[in-house]
Design a binder for this molecule. Structure first.
Ligand code: HPA
Length: 297
């Protein structure tokens, strides 16, 4: 079975498990929860939980702190499909496997995704536990998930599914503005940052961190960028949110380890849940008004 058919089969299976078969389920928001951030899914009401292991062709996360379930339900009254945990290139998955779940979210008919991750802070002044909205990224993975023949059937919106496409606004400006509004409603300010993705799995050397800062990165991590690339290929609008779980190598006083990253994620997940609860209705309203405008045209 080819990749497109595998994605379609996984989406059909998920649809049968999580949504009433009606158009009222859309527009719906996809949310990917990164390391230590999985408990945000507890804020979902009327949840339908589907373990990745049950979904045909779906890759399984092997990382501690990534639970490996889809949780579909309502977040502040907005339909959402939440991925609790993701798979990474460093686990040995291929670029197509790493981005398979994002393809499935696209095939479900979602128009928007919020990608969260744990990241090392490179910019002076970032604090551990801070949330940062991504304004852009640098793909330092050494590969691109779109390498190979283009599959135009992944274009789920008009003008998507192209071989060559624009990445000027990989991360939606309007979603970022909504996120800033939502953060101030929650009593904190949300900075913007540029996320650089490495293949991992080891953390960076201090010299690499200095080099990345010189390239314009303010955050470093091991995920998100491949997902953003395929989401944009499918025509989905993306919001990226990093949780600064540690200062990047050479900038803090302690050595880096996964437990620290995981623990910092745990400490910020309530704040992230609060932010997402305020944000979801704003994004949903914008998507609904897009749909109305499209219908009029
Ligand atoms: N580097 C890379 N990935 C990360 C880091 C880091 O410092 N922290 C959390 N994920």
């Amino acid at each position: 079975m080819n990749y497109f058919d595998q994605v379609s089969e996984a989406a059909a299976f998920l649809r049968s498990r999580i949504s009433p078969p009606s158009a009222t389920f859309a527009p719906c928001i996809g949310i990917v929860l990164g390391s230590g951030l999985g408990a945000v899914a507890d804020a979902i009401t009327e949840p339908a939980v589907v373990p990745y292991a049950e979904i045909p062709h779906f890759p399984q996360s092997t990382v501690e702190g990534h639970s490996g379930c889809i949780v579909a339900g309502q977040l502040a009254g907005v339909p959402v499909v939440v991925m609790q945990g993701r798979v990474h290139f460093y686990e040995g998955y291929t670029p197509l496997q790493v981005t398979f779940p994002m393809r499935v979210l696209g095939a479900l008919g979602l128009r928007a995704v919020i990608l969260t991750n744990a990241a090392g802070g490179i910019e002076e002044g970032y604090r551990v536990g801070q949330l940062v909205a991504l304004s852009d990224h640098i793909n330092f993975m050494g590969w691109n998930p779109l390498t190979g023949p283009n599959e135009p059937r992944f274009g789920f919106t008009p003008d998507a599914g192209l071989r060559f496409f624009d990445m000027t606004e990989a991360y939606s400006k309007r979603f970022r503005d909504f996120a800033k509004e939502a953060a101030s409603g929650e009593g904190f300010s949300l900075k913007e940052g540029v996320y650089l993705a490495t293949p991992g799995p080891c953390f960076e050397t201090p010299a690499e961190v200095r080099a990345f800062r010189g390239l314009g990165a303010t955050l470093v991590g091991m995920s998100t960028v491949p997902e953003t690339i395929v989401a944009r290929h499918m025509g989905l609008e993306v919001l990226g949110i990093s949780c600064v779980t540690n200062l990047a190598a050479g900038l803090g006083k302690t050595q880096l380890n996964h437990e620290e990253v995981f623990e910092a994620g745990r400490q910020v997940e309530q704040r992230l849940a609060g932010l997402l609860k305020r944000l979801a209705p704003k994004i949903s309203a914008a998507l609904c008004s897009d749909v109305k405008t499209e219908k009029k045209q």
